[in-house]
Design a protein around this ligand. Structure first.
Ligand code: MGD
Ligand code: MGD
Ligand code: SF4
Ligand code: MO
Length: 702
């Protein structure tokens, strides 16, 4: 036996669970949870356990490939193996000539889920783009949750502020549109979710899940509130109004709120319409349910409430997120024990930086869509396709993303990608996007590279960091992403790596040197702690002291008040009020959801040994299915104003009637065919409407 175990961590999702990989002669034969890992405590999910199979995937990219010219009918190109030198020379030449002809904005980059955990690769890719001078950066943030950085910036002065659940001290956890038992958290990393939520309850904590579906998380919560889709802002507005009304009776109490926030009077005026009757009318919850929720909040004093994609992908996302922040600020729950804290990061050390609060004003969008807002140093993904169509972007780098399945309006996305001078895809497997590539770049996968928990440092439940060596050496002809951009940079005279490093002399580990040198301890502590280092649990105070404008929250940004007024006044943000459990609808609301065995479009066709793969389905309530003559397992057509897709129906009594749930990332059914990059775009963030679209569902003949 030559089997050996390598301790590492999983880099599929935010949870970053500790894993132990068993390797035999270069083959990864088993992945199990690392019992000694402080945060995940031996837990893994089916995706993590499938990493070994994924590593040996039959469609793994092994060699650089270059494409023949596109077929005029299908837009597809055939890919032929090439050498690294030929490929990189060719890409460098195209980049040089496009910059010469069109300027740096001719070069675009889409960075997504597969790059979020590749510390060196992500840094090199971003640096490459910024060194070209291009502003054409697009990331998955503007598809899944731009309301979060928006509200953080407007209220707190910095878009990166991410409130984290104080799981050790808080007494009440409210989840709005998040299902951590399946997703392991949205902007909070929640590994080992079932045990963690149960531990919290055992310590006296109460969990309330606000979700139109009785989810896996709702099943173990103390209370499930079956709200109407898109009505989270109404629930939150009701809570904020009621608490402010009480505080205003007592001058000392409202003065306390004023001590930590500016704009309290404007907030009071904005939430005035959210009476109990108004909330009952719009949320579908009863008076008793809403009163009990208010009682829970009152008796907890400080609260922890998290939002997820259920509330962040619909038309009321910004208002809901803002009122969520307002609720925390009114209850003094931010930056305080028992509420939410801000993780300064072990590596990032945000608490030692000097902050200049941002005023939150947006810059204009890209040339073809100037009305879109540029925020957080990137353009919204809703503008990417029109930038290609208008010829502004001629070369697109895709780093760890699958835009064909992730972006709105699939047909249009495909046509745009096919029209590029060059589409350079850095991935680990063949995808729907590599089919349109001119250059396919086979990169080192997560088991083939050393890594640090870095980009998502501040999403963790502790101040912690971890290093992993490569579990196996890069196989076939693969190279790390950082090396690809370093080599391109060297060809184009752009400094991609930190000073003193070249594509030849750098290694995964040596590139961590500058990051670790700025972190909380010496380089060796992190590199020699295989199960990760935990510096501390929640810490408090640094945001109030260092980040907030004049030490106060700006609790009433005018942009959000305006959207809130439109919501309460029945304007374009007003959700459809008519849904109810008994009524059968002509058109249903399309809602997002995640599945346990896939990560977006990843891992659709592989499972750990003995495991099974996921089946994408259209999830419907028994009442809605029955009304259409649809039975479990039937094929159905789903149609929106923008397109059509087909798939198998799963009848689920946990689904609220009036809505259907569909995971994204698939080709059949494909929600990306139902969305639009032009209609329903949020004016403050440029986000595409992905939740709450009206669709009709029809049974297909057997
Ligand atoms: N297993 C797995 N884990 C993942 C992913 C994956 O694909 N698979 N993807 C990762 C990514 S990229 C992300 S962004 C995160 C997302 O993490 P989460 O936001 O936790 O995502 P979901 O599990 O889809 O939970 C969203 C919930 O919102 C509910 N919902 C829908 N509409 C509404 C609404 O209007 N109001 C309320 N209150 N609820 C609503 C849905 O029923 C669903 O239960 O998950 C990450 N983790
Ligand atoms: N209609 C609709 N659309 C949605 C959503 C929705 O709910 N509804 N959800 C949205 C959300 S939350 C998100 S985050 C986006 C997801 O958008 P993307 O991040 O673009 O989608 P993924 O399918 O996760 O693509 C990740 C890619 O990274 C590759 N990869 C894996 N490991 C590595 C690696 O180590 N290095 C590199 N270079 N590549 C790697 C994978 O093979 C895969 O092709 O989609 C969004 N789109
Ligand atoms: S929850 Fe699953 S996919 Fe996410 S890090 Fe843990 S093992 Fe990996
Ligand atoms: Mo996401």
């Amino acid at each position: 036996m030559t089997e050996s175990d390598v301790v590492s961590f999983c880099r599929i999702c935010n949870a970053m669970c500790g894993i132990v990989a068993t390797v035999d002669d270069g083959r990864v034969i088993r992945i199990r949870g690392d019992e000694s890992h402080a945060l995940s405590r031996g837990y893994t999910c089916p995706k993590g356990r499938a990493l070994g199979v994924m590593h040996h995937h039959p469609l793994r990219l092994d060699h650089p490939q270059a494409a023949s010219p596109a077929d005029p009918e299908t837009g597809l190109r055939s890919l032929l193996a090439t050498s690294w030198d030929e490929s990189l020379d060719d890409i460098a030449e195209i980049v040089r000539s496009v910059i010469g002809e069109s300027g740096p904005d001719g070069i675009g980059m889409y960075l997504a889920s597969g790059s979020a955990f590749d510390t060196n690769g992500r840094r090199a890719a971003e640096r490459f783009l910024s060194k070209t001078g291009s502003l054409q950066k697009y990331t998955a943030t503007t598809i899944d949750t731009p309301c979060k950085p928006l509200v953080a910036e407007l209220v707190g002065g910095w878009s990166g502020l991410t409130p984290v659940w104080d799981h050790e001290h808080s007494k009440l956890l409210i989840l709005f549109g998040s299902n951590p038992v399946v997703s392991h958290g949205h902007s909070n990393a929640i590994p080992d979710p079932v045990r963690r939520l149960r531990d919290f309850q055992d310590a006296g904590g109460r969990i309330v899940v606000v979700d139109p579906r009785r989810t896996e998380t709702a099943a173990l919560a103390d209370v499930h509130l079956d709200v109407r889709p898109g009505s989270d802002a109404m629930v939150l507005g009701f809570l904020v109004r009621a608490l402010l009304d009480e505080a205003r009776i007592d001058k000392a109490r409202i003065d306390e709120v004023r001590d930590r926030a500016v704009g309290v009077d404007e907030l009071v005026a904005a939430v005035a319409p959210f009476t109990l009757a108004f909330a009952v009318e719009h949320t579908g919850l009863s008076e008793t349910q809403l009163r009990e929720l208010l009682d829970d909040v009152r008796s907890a004093g400080r609260i922890s409430a998290l939002s997820g994609t259920g509330s962040s992908m619909n038309a009321t996302a910004n208002v809901a997120e803002w009122l969520l922040w307002a609720l925390h600020i009114v209850t003094d729950s931010y930056d305080k024990p028992g509420g939410m804290w801000f993780n300064p990061g072990y590596l990032m050390q945000l608490d030692s930086r000097d902050w200049q609060p941002s005023d939150g004003r947006a810059e204009p969008g890209p040339a073809s869509r100037p009305e879109l807002p540029r925020r957080f140093g990137e353009y919204p993904c809703s503008g990417l396709v029109s930038e290609i169509e208008s010829g502004n972007i001629r070369v697109l780098f895709v780093v760890g993303g699958n835009p064909v399945t992730a972006l709105p309006d699939r047909k249009r996305t495909e046509a745009a990608l096919a029209s590029l001078d060059a589409l350079i895809v850095l991935d680990v497997v063949e995808t729907e996007t590599t089919r349109f590539a001119t250059h396919v770049i086979p990169v080192a996968g997560q088991l083939e590279r050393g890594d640090l928990t870095w980009l998502l440092d501040s999403y963790q439940l502790s101040v912690a960091a971890q290093y992993t060596p490569a579990v196996v050496a890069p196989g076939a002809d693969r190279r790390p992403v950082w090396k690809v951009f370093a080599e391109l940079g060297e060809r184009l005279d752009l400094d991609v790596l930190p000073r003193g490093f070249t594509s030849d002399n750098a290694t995964d580990e040596s590139l961590f040197g500058p990051i670790l040198a700025r972190s909380r301890t010496d380089v060796d502590t992190v590199l020699s702690s295989p199960h990760g280092v935990v510096e501390s649990g929640a810490v408090f105070g640094w945001v109030t002291e260092r980040v907030l404008p004049d030490g106060k929250w700006r609790i009433a940004p005018f942009e959000l008040i305006a959207q809130c007024d439109e919501l309460t006044g029945g304007g374009p943000y007003s959700p459809a009020p008519e849904s109810s459990a008994e009524f059968v609808f002509d058109r249903l609301l399309l809602l997002p959801q995640r599945r346990m065995r896939t990560m977006n479009s990843q891992l659709r066709d592989v499972a750990a040994p003995g495991g099974r793969t996921e089946m994408p389905t259209i999830v419907m309530s028994p009442a809605d299915a029955h009304a259409r003559g649809i039975a479990d397992g039937d094929q159905a057509k789903v149609e929106s104003d923008f397109g059509i897709t087909f798939g198998e129906v799963a009848v689920d009594e946990k689904m609220q009637s009036g809505s259907i749930g569909m995971p994204h990332g698939w080709s059949a059914p494909d929600v990306g065919r139902l969305t639009s990059a032009d209609t329903g775009i949020d004016p403050l963030t440029g986000m595409v409407l992905q939740s709450g679209l009206r669709v009709s569902v029809e049974k297909l003949p057997n």
